[in-house]
Design a protein around this ligand. Structure first.
Ligand SMILES: [Zn+2]
Length: 848
């Protein structure tokens, strides 16, 4: 009996250069294609195995160097997504040209070569075709060696309708009209040597900005017609970040042009195809006069992130999908560096604390995973696009950078990129390069963070003139397991003594370590600068000393850490809810937007956990802390205030009108929104989302209809999603049902529907209806939505906080596994468990 075929490709035949010619039909949603692949046969074979999925192969032939041609047969292996090409003769080692003709369908699942339909300015439906190949979907567009280590050169030719625009990775070298056919042939230059998942082709009606020169190449933003007024912001950050990275990496941008392309239907945020980066519209197109600061930051982040990948990911690529974290963590880290350099007033590394906290939330679960873990089958890579890969990965890189020093860290990165340019590398290669440039034991340090799940809780106690610093694993649900786990923890200390303030960095590798001081410490900040990926627990005396002078001794990001760690400890049952709320009572003087964001997030979570009577009690308490903070700022923009203050005003108004349920705020929000409807300039852009949140929270059918209309007629992608997702917040049962229907009736794009569904699950008034609806339409949703969206939608189950619902949720997922995100589902269930456990623990609290 034959061995079952592996899903991994044999390495006996290696591709070197592809010539791909595709003719998409945007009326029948099909395409036909021909690919010529220059291959090197290393070992004599009779069969050539490569990847193909959902393709029909019409003919196969192979040409020897001497000109002789062999015709072959294709056998498709659906299970392994492979095509086995067999030939009548043995192929001896040497160079060959493989030629395959094939056809396929432009699918509606937003992967491979897929279709998109949008409304044109004239109201008519317009077709578009785009690609999304990462991780393993290039094989749906053309037969290829679809593994990242098979790097090759690609020369693409697209045959398209004369009036359409065709875009690929490289610049156009020739466009020829095909006489009488209404078509043209667009020939693109050779790409650099790269992996299949970075190949792209896009066909449709497009407009582009005038090219600007960035790092020596032309850069443009493209979108479907009528949106060019939303493109300038992306051009600015696109150029600035590309030039920033070229300097940082010390290597010129490796492509011959750079197009940033907005696609109306897009499954993820963006995709780093070399030279032809694709984005969902909200991540690229924005009107700076209407968007909030946070929405602008999102565009700046995503553009920078993708540009960072042109080197880290595209020029040097992971050997296999287990190395995905390095691509994504690094691009996330670099995105912060570039945006921080571009707009220092945004204090991007401070707001990165919010991302770090999101990663720590998941990584504090027993069901977390190490950043890097073995990936056997390529589809398992799909489950790696999560906060652990991106945010935890970026956080530990930032911690390492701060520990080694920014310049020495950069030198190591340069060395790594030089050593592996146009090739593939593994995590260990980066540690080699960093050790070579810094002479520090980087590998031993990083192995504890990359291959071990979780993170430590660092405890600090004072004994006379010494401090005792110790580590133990942090878990929300404590069962005593994994207590022996140790990390190599860079500890950044700031110590106040009679003799002045001392800064000290040490590496904690054991369970505990003693730090001797010349003078006793008056106060201590552990994790100074908040770059460390760990939580801190101060002994009672040290905590009291810190709190007494919180405003003077802690910078904003350290105050963020103090509050966020306290909330995590509260959820874990280490600190009582009463203690946490006492800390909050003291925070009315807080002025930092990020510190407020972590507090407000905890209020929303409390609101989901507590019953109605408890929530009433909580409202008064939240009002007492939120109201003075807003009163200090006022409802209108003050001359000279920063953009961050504008954002804070919006956040405070939103919290007052929703979780604090303040009637006066709600009334005023309605008045302001009515003014805004008459004159869109009358309200500051940073306050609008708060008004929308409050009105959806308190409104009825008239408001629901209004938001529905605004969603459908939105002038910017940000407005579109703002009003769409607000539909999830209404309290009335009928309105919840209407919102639920929108998730599957085709009125909302499948790139957005799953997130509307998640929002309704998180709505305390809608959650039970939403859960029943999701169960009833599960098959439909799985058919309609992009695969990667299903586990993200399911995150909404963390809102189903009651032991009965929890029981039902667990039962449901046992019977309906989500194979592309089983780990994420496990994590959602554990987060729900944490909330239900708190609900039980806090049952008797806050009652009068
Ligand atoms: Zn990325």
């Amino acid at each position: 009996m034959a061995e079952p075929r592996s899903h991994r490709l044999p390495t006996s035949v290696i591709p070197e250069r592809y010539e791909i010619k595709l003719t998409p039909d945007l009326t029948q949603w099909t395409f036909s294609g021909e690919v010529k692949i220059a291959v090197q046969v290393h070992q004599a074979v009779r069969e050539v195995v490569l990847n193909a999925a959902e393709l029909a192969i019409q003919s196969v032939s192979i040409r020897r160097a001497d000109g002789g041609v062999l015709h072959g047969n294709a056998q498709l292996d659906d299970e392994n997504e492979q095509a086995v090409l067999s030939f009548p003769d043995i192929l001896a080692p040497g160079k060959y040209s493989l030629q395959i003709q094939f056809t396929g369908a432009l699918n509606d699942k937003l992967h491979g070569f897929y279709r998109s339909v949008y409304k044109g300015a004239d109201g008519a439906d317009k077709p578009l075709a785009s690609t999304q190949f990462e991780s393993t979907d290039a094989r749906r567009a053309f037969p290829c060696w679809d593994e990242p280590a098979f790097k090759a050169v690609y020369q693409v030719t697209l045959v398209v309708d004369e009036k359409l625009t065709a875009i690929s990775n490289a610049r156009v070298i020739r466009e020829t009209v095909i006489a009488g056919a209404g078509k043209k042939e667009v020939v693109f230059a050779d790409s650099m040597k790269m992996s299949t998942y970075l190949v792209a082709f896009i066909v449709g009606e497009f407009e582009g900005t005038a090219p600007v020169t960035a790092d020596g190449v032309p850069l443009r933003v493209l979108a479907v017609p009528g949106k060019m007024s939303l493109a300038d912001f992306a051009v600015d950050i696109g150029k600035a970040s590309l030039e920033h990275f070229s300097h940082y990496y010390g290597i010129a941008y490796p492509g011959d042009k750079l197009d940033l392309i907005a696609i109306p239907d897009f499954a993820s945020g963006a995709m780093e195809n070399l030279g032809a980066i694709t984005f969902r519209e909200t991540a690229l197109l924005v009107d700076p006069s209407k968007a909030t600061r946070a929405e602008l930051e999102r565009v700046a982040d995503v553009v920078s992130h993708e540009n960072a990948h042109m080197w880290f990911g595209d020029l040097v690529t992971m050997q296999w999908w287990n190395g995905l974290w390095l691509n994504e963590a690094f691009a996330t880290f670099m995105e912060m560096l570039a945006v921080d350099a571009w707009k220092p007033e945004w204090r991007r590394w401070d707001s990165f604390a919010v991302s770090r906290a999101a990663a720590m939330q998941v990584d504090g679960l027993k069901s977390t995973r190490p950043i890097e873990f073995p990936v056997e089958r390529p589809e398992e890579a799909a489950g790696m696009f999560d906060v652990l890969t991106y945010e935890k990965g970026a956080s530990v890189l930032r911690m390492l950078e701060q520990y080694l020093g920014a310049e020495r860290f950069r030198d190591g990165i340069r060395l790594y990129l030089q050593q592996h340019a146009y090739g593939n590398a593994e995590t260990t290669d980066l540690w080699d390069a960093l050790e070579e440039s810094t002479k520090q034991p980087v590998r031993a340090l990083m192995d504890t963070w990359i291959f071990q799940p979780g993170y430590p809780l660092i405890s600090v106690e004072k004994f006379g003139r010494s401090l005792r610093i110790s580590q133990q694993i942090f878990r929300y649900l404590q069962d005593g397991s994994d207590g022996e786990r140790r990390w190599h923890v860079p500890i950044f200390l700031r110590i106040g003594t009679k003799a002045g303030v001392i800064n000290k960095t040490l590496l904690l590798t054991e369970k505990a370590q003693q730090v001797e001081l010349d003078e006793p410490a008056d106060w201590v900040v552990v994790n100074a600068g908040a770059h460390g990926f760990y939580r801190v627990r101060y002994s009672a005396d040290l905590l009291a000393a810190l709190r007494q002078a919180t405003m003077t001794q802690l910078n904003p990001v350290e105050r963020f850490g103090l509050v966020n760690d306290a909330w995590a400890a509260t959820l874990a049952g280490i600190v009582s809810l009463t203690e946490y709320l006492e800390l909050i009572d003291q925070m009315a003087g807080e002025t930092d937007v990020n510190v407020w964001s972590t507090m407000i997030a905890s209020f929303h979570q409390l609101h989901r956990i507590l019953d109605d009577a408890q929530c009433k009690q909580l409202e008064e308490r939240l009002y007492a802390v939120l109201s003075p903070a807003l009163a200090r700022m006022g409802w209108s923009v003050r001359p000279g205030e920063s953009e961050l203050e504008g954002q804070l005003r919006g956040d405070l108004i939103g919290a007052l009108g929703t979780v604090a349920n303040d009637v006066a705020t709600q009334d005023r929000a309605r008045v302001l929104f009515a003014d805004f409807e008459k004159n869109s300039e009358s309200v500051d852009r940073n306050v609008i989302p708060a008004l929308v949140a409050i009105i959806s929270h308190t409104g009825g059918a008239a408001e629901f209809d209004k938001f529905c209309t605004r969603f459908k007629n939105a002038q910017t992608p940000q407005e579109e999603t703002r009003y769409l997702f607000a539909l999830a917040n209404f309290a009335d049962g009928e309105l919840i049902d209407r919102a639920l229907n929108l998730t599957i009736n085709g009125e909302v794009r499948t790139q957005n529907s799953p997130y509307l569904m998640r929002g309704i699950l998180l709505n305390k008034h809608g959650r039970e209806r939403a859960w029943s609806f999701m169960k009833a339409h599960w098959d439909d949703m799985n058919r309609q939505y992009p695969d990667n969206a299903i586990p993200r939608m399911c995150e909404g189950v963390i809102g189903l906080v009651s032991s009965e619902l929890e029981h039902d949720v667990v039962k449901f997922f046992a019977a309906h596994p989500v194979k592309q995100g089983s780990k994420q589902i496990e994590q959602h269930l554990e987060r729900l468990r944490v909330s239900v456990a708190c609900q039980e623990r806090w049952r008797s609290l806050l009652r009068r």
